[in-house]
Write a protein that binds this ligand. Structure first.
Ligand code: SAH
Length: 291
């Protein structure tokens, strides 16, 4: 099963799919702009991950909420919503707790490893996480050691577009809110498919722009301007829509492609993030890390 979500606004999108067979070789030379983007992303996360962890803990992604929830949650409520995001993603993909097949997992764009440690504990699986940020990889490994999980999970610096893994070795390929950083979505998806074992599952939760209507060739200028500002802040290249992702997945012999739009489910997270930035602790941390 697989899923994806799209939206009219920046939002999380989720896709899962089952690999039906082998792999696709990827070759492409890095352009200098791709190199600059990689360096920018690494630096961004080197500098901000400590701040995020201090305020939000080890999950660097949206929480998942009931669409009409207007309750003011405590910080711990939002952290629970982040765990719920992982659970809802697994459930959408049909990956259940009894799943014995999930033995090896790759966490593509792993942050400080929150998902890997959670999934390793839940399934008893081995997880390898990759990130562009050396600070994140180190912190993720330190947290694994502190939680007595270092025999199960490990983290390294590597590029999602050129992964240091053999073909077809992972039962679960997990990309939680990292796809939006990838400058070449086709290469990204091909690389996810390449490392997936036959019958394995791919879950992509990512930010997408709305699907274009028939006859529309681009977003409206005001929409593009808004996205440009978000791109600058978060080191993101150009966005694509969920139907663009679905097309890519369909071209790669995958089965059970499923997608969904979770915009309404993630929306309550942003006011909470902004609120924490305005607390004393948030402001001090922001100043310490350089705005
Ligand atoms: N999945 C994590 C972190 C999300 S933040 C979580 O949910 O907690 C985005 C992550 O994507 C960062 O760790 C960043 O280093 C990683 N990333 C972005 N581009 C990448 C690339 N090309 N290769 C590997 N990791 C990448």
């Amino acid at each position: 099963p697989s899923l994806l979500l799209q939206s009219q606004r920046p939002s999380s999108a989720l896709m899962t799919t089952t690999a039906s067979r082998g792999s696709v070789a990827v070759t492409a030379a890095a352009t200098s702009s791709a190199e600059a983007l990689r360096e920018g992303i690494a630096e961004f996360y080197n500098e901000t991950s400590g701040l995020w962890e201090e305020i939000w803990g080890d999950h660097m992604h949206h929480g998942f909420y009931d669409p009409d929830s207007s309750v003011q949650l405590s910080d711990s409520g939002h952290r629970e919503a982040q765990i719920r995001m992982i659970e809802e993603s697994l459930r959408f993909a049909g990956v259940t707790e009894e799943e014995k097949k999930i033995k090896r997992v790759v966490d593509v764009g792993c942050g400080i490893g929150g998902s890997s440690r959670y999934i390793a504990s839940k399934f008893g699986a081995e997880c390898i996480g990759i990130t562009l940020s050396p600070v994140q990889a180190k912190r993720a490994n330190d947290l694994a050691t502190a939680q007595s999980l270092s025999h199960k999970v490990s983290f390294q610096v590597a590029d999602a577009l050129d992964q240091p893994f053999e073909d077809g070795i992972f039962d679960l390929v997990w990309s939680m809110e990292s796809g939006e950083h990838m400058p070449d979505k086709a290469k990204f998806v091909k690389e996810l498919v390449r490392v997936t074992a036959p019958g394995g599952r791919i879950i992509i939760v990512t930010w997408c722009h709305r699907n274009l209507s028939q006859g529309e060739e681009s977003l409206q200028p005001w929409e593009q301007n808004l996205l440009d500002r978000i791109c600058k802040t978060f080191y993101l290249p150009a966005w694509c829509s969920t139907s663009d992702y679905v097309e890519l997945l369909q071209s790669l012999s995958l089965q059970d492609i499923k997608c969904a739009d979770w915009s309404e489910n993630v929306a309550p997270f942003w006011p909470a993030v902004i609120r924490t930035a305005l607390t004393w602790k948030g402001l001090v941390s922001l100043l310490r890390s350089g705005m």
